[in-house]
Design a protein around this ligand. Structure first.
Ligand SMILES: *[C@@H]1O[C@H](CO)[C@@H](O)[C@H](O)[C@H]1NC(C)=O
Ligand SMILES: *[C@@H]1O[C@H](CO)[C@@H](O)[C@H](O)[C@H]1NC(C)=O
Ligand SMILES: *[C@@H]1O[C@H](CO)[C@@H](O)[C@H](O)[C@H]1NC(C)=O
Length: 346
């Protein structure tokens, strides 16, 4: 009943706004068109409210499951061209449709070959918020998400996103700091060209693979797109190292607005969907904390151990459910810890 009248209220509100566009154009990150209402705004987005395998999530380091069968991620080295666009909800880079060389993404936890399609930029207006995924309830100033669609089963992103195993989301946590990657400037230098909703700027010859952090360590789980319609078709891969953008670049990003030049409305930042319940999903990792002798992580669940010890029920039970371990958060979040204490897995 409540939801019903709210829905009508929303409809009324829509009709007094400019309804020139489709549904897709007026959802937001706050208020009555914000994340809590995405599922009510449009029946096709009902998963946003009903789904139980939603993204983003908070990752609890002590519940990570080491999976020895996770492979390295294969990411084509070709450069791509496309368009950076302020959609009014996010900053999005979309690859050119008729690009000769598409960027394939495969390996890792992926059963299929995916084709890179777009990048979403999530960021906070302050450094203490911004990322969608959280690590042990820690939020990063930003999160860059590379989406690809399952090229083996589907024709394009719009078809794949609501089909089984349709998409991959690769998540890069963003820290403010000295950028180590000059290629990223191809994008950051265009921030001031896309200040208002609808504005766009072409970006040529972007070496996508070099935007990725220098690691093959990642966390992975099954979830949804973090924007409407929240389809539960995504395999998520979160790299175990942040990428860096400078204070100046972050400042430029925070100048972007949700509205047009005439009515700029609020800043575009703080465009993060709140974390969603995990509902007993497993978050796997290819980091074998035990083997690497990381201090304080002796209780991390480990499939090798579990397999070796299944004959001994008592030991298996003791190993099966680990509740009192607590990985040091910095092992999952900072460059320094990871590079100094963990060699690359290869
Ligand atoms: C991506 O995979 C397809 C199918 O295997 C292949 O034809 C194409 O050349 C690959 N793209 C690149 C850039 O290697
Ligand atoms: C995506 O592929 C489907 C199926 O081939 C097609 O009907 C649809 O028009 C395509 N959409 C876009 C945006 O190209
Ligand atoms: C986590 O690591 C940091 C930096 O190495 C250290 O200062 C801190 O004491 C550690 N915390 C715990 C709980 O081990």
């Amino acid at each position: 009943m409540h939801q019903c009248s709210l829905f009508i209220l929303i409809l009324l509100c829509v009709s007094v706004r400019d309804i020139s566009g489709s549904w897709e154009e007026w959802w937001t990150y706050d208020g009555i068109s914000g994340p809590g209402f995405w599922g009510l705004i449009n029946p096709q987005w009902s998963m946003c409210n009903k789904g139980r395998r939603q993204s983003p999530v908070n990752i609890e380091p002590d519940k990570l499951l080491f999976d020895p069968w996770l492979r390295d991620i294969q990411f084509d080295k070709h450069k791509v061209s496309g368009v950076l666009q302020n959609t009014g909800q996010s900053l999005v880079f979309r690859v050119e449709k008729d690009s000769k060389h598409q960027v394939n993404i495969s390996g890792g936890p992926l059963s299929y070959r995916y084709q890179f399609e777009e990048i979403y930029f999530h960021y906070g207006m302050e450094d203490n918020r911004g990322s969608e995924h959280q690590i042990d309830h820690h939020t990063f100033p930003g999160e860059i998400q590379l989406y690809g669609f399952n090229k083996e089963l589907y024709h394009n992103m719009s078809e794949a996103q609501h089909k089984s195993q349709g998409i991959v989301g690769i998540s890069l946590m963003v820290q403010v700091g000295e950028p180590t990657n000059t290629d990223f400037r191809l994008i950051t230098s265009a921030f001031n060209k896309v200040t208002y909703r609808g504005s766009s700027f072409p970006i040529k010859h972007l070496p996508l693979s070099s935007l990725l952090p220098n690691t093959q360590q990642y966390l992975t789980y099954e979830g949804s797109t973090t924007h409407p319609g929240c389809w539960e078709t995504a395999v998520w891969i979160i790299f175990n190292k942040p990428i860096y953008i400078s204070k100046q670049e972050m400042y430029a990003l925070r100048q972007l607005m949700q509205g047009s030049q005439l009515t700029p409305k609020a800043p575009l930042g703080n465009n993060a969907r709140p974390v969603q319940p995990l509902h007993h999903r497993t978050v796997r990792t290819n980091i074998n904390f035990n083997k690497q002798g990381l201090q304080g992580s002796n209780n991390c669940p480990d499939m090798y151990r579990n397999m070796h010890y299944t004959a001994n029920l008592a030991v298996a039970l003791a190993d099966d459910i680990i509740t009192d371990s607590s990985l040091n958060i910095t092992t999952v979040t900072t460059d320094k810890e990871v590079t100094t204490s963990l060699p690359e897995i290869n």
